[in-house]
Ligand binder design. Structure first.
Ligand code: NAD
Length: 368
């Protein structure tokens, strides 16, 4: 028999809920990893091939991300087995059934993730009065529309530049993946005086050493086109972005884009991880051995969850931006300083920072 406690360590998961309601077409797993810092916040992922393992791993990632961000929240994650493109009425039935099934799991606050959106969170909220990432009409702050994660990344880059004496004004930026995270990061960095020398999406790369027009590229993406459709710069395949000389390289697309086979090609001084796990551990080791400053994903891409937590506590768009700015600046600086002081990688420093916060919170909690 499979050992259902195989994931458990000193932190959690404290609860794993398996839900099967065949009459509603619902099969789901919720992992509440740890609640020492507060109610667990984490997304609801809908996909045909999700698993309990994935829910537990992602829930742990949320514990670390929320603790690293200094939020009064633990980590959790839910997965619903199903095709997210199922007919809307079926999706509504499945998501509402999911909401009712987790009504009593009050230590978990669901949010949007791959395959779910603000409408789905609206259904959850309608059933149980508990969800983040809500439609604007219900008090939601549309984090992708306002660019919460890109804004936080830009703040982290500013801190990192001053730590390595790199002038932000005129610093050359390359963004891999020009979606919700990447295009807003480019926009906020351009406002700070950086020059976007390259960007890419799944169709290819566009680059120009003299700088690209960020506004024009964003307009093309917002119109559903590719950055390669924009009549500017030189065009090349999607992989070409790795070879563009720059100061700041921002992965904002898929996991594992930098690996041991290509990390040696990167010509940058800072890698600011917008995407989740964009570098394999081998790639991060190569980058650090080459003196490239790596800003770890769960520290610098926490703008979205900080925004969601602000929404949950009744804040508005401007308080969300203020919280993102303050928290990401403080935590990025702490990670860089700790890594230098202890001679460890920035990722090791970030994990230590998050773990210390969770352990300190556990000390004042009876069961958590
Ligand atoms: P998105 O779907 O809006 O954008 C992704 C972009 O990447 C698209 O433009 C797509 O064309 C491009 N892309 C896909 N494959 C590519 C490739 N091989 N090369 C270059 N570009 C490619 O997604 P998003 O919300 O911007 O999320 C991007 C990443 O950031 C994901 O890893 C996500 O988990 C992570 N993340 C997102 C948020 C958020 O607030 N949206 C927060 C934290 C982390």
């Amino acid at each position: 028999m499979e050992d259902i406690f195989r994931f458990v360590d000193e932190l959690g998961p404290v609860k794993v809920l398996h839900i099967s309601l065949p009459q509603a077409g619902l099969k789901a797993v919720v992992a509440v990893d740890n609640t020492a810092c507060g109610q667990a916040i984490g997304g609801v992922r809908m996909a045909p091939n999700v698993s309990a393992d994935e829910a537990c791993r992602l829930a742990r990632a949320m514990t670390l991300k929320n603790a690293a961000a200094g939020l009064p929240h633990g980590g959790g994650k839910a997965v619903i087995f199903g095709d997210p493109r199922m007919p809307a009425c079926d999706k509504e039935r499945v998501v509402r059934a999911f909401a009712v099934a987790i009504a009593g799991l009050t230590e978990y606050v669901p949010g949007p993730d791959m395959g779910t959106d603000e409408l789905a969170m609206g259904w959850v909220h309608d059933e149980i009065g508990r969800a983040v990432g809500l439609p604007r009409e219900l008090g939601g702050i549309p984090l992708d529309e306002i660019g919460a994660t890109g804004f936080g990344l830009a703040a982290a880059v500013e801190v990192a530049c001053s730590a390595i004496d790199l002038d932000l004004k005129g610093a050359r930026v390359a963004v891999q993946g020009f979606g919700a995270v990447g295009k807003h990061a480019a926009r906020f960095l351009a406002q700070k005086g950086c020059v976007l020398v390259a960007c890419s999406d799944s169709k290819g790369t566009v680059s120009s050493p003299d700088g690209l027009d960020v506004g024009a590229l964003v307009s093309f993406k917002n119109a559903g086109e590719s950055v390669t459709d924009c009549p500017c710069g030189e065009k090349a395949g999607a992989e070409a972005i790795i070879d563009v000389p720059c100061d700041i390289w921002i992965p904002a697309a898929r996991p594992d884009v930098l690996n041991k086979g290509n990390a040696g090609r990167l010509k940058a001084r800072i890698v600011a991880q917008g995407a989740n796990i964009p570098c394999t551990p081998e790639a991060e080791a190569i980058l650090e051995s080459r003196g490239i400053l790596v800003l770890p994903d769960f520290v610098v891409n926490a703008g979205g969850v900080i925004c969601a937590a602000t929404e949950y506590h009744g804040g508005n768009e401007s308080s969300a931006f203020a919280a993102i700015d303050e928290k990401i600046r403080t935590n990025t600086l702490a990670v860089i300083q700790d890594s230098r002081r202890s001679g460890i990688s920035t990722r090791a420093a970030a994990i230590a920072l998050a773990m210390t916060r969770v352990r300190n919170a556990k000390r004042v909690r009876r069961w958590r």
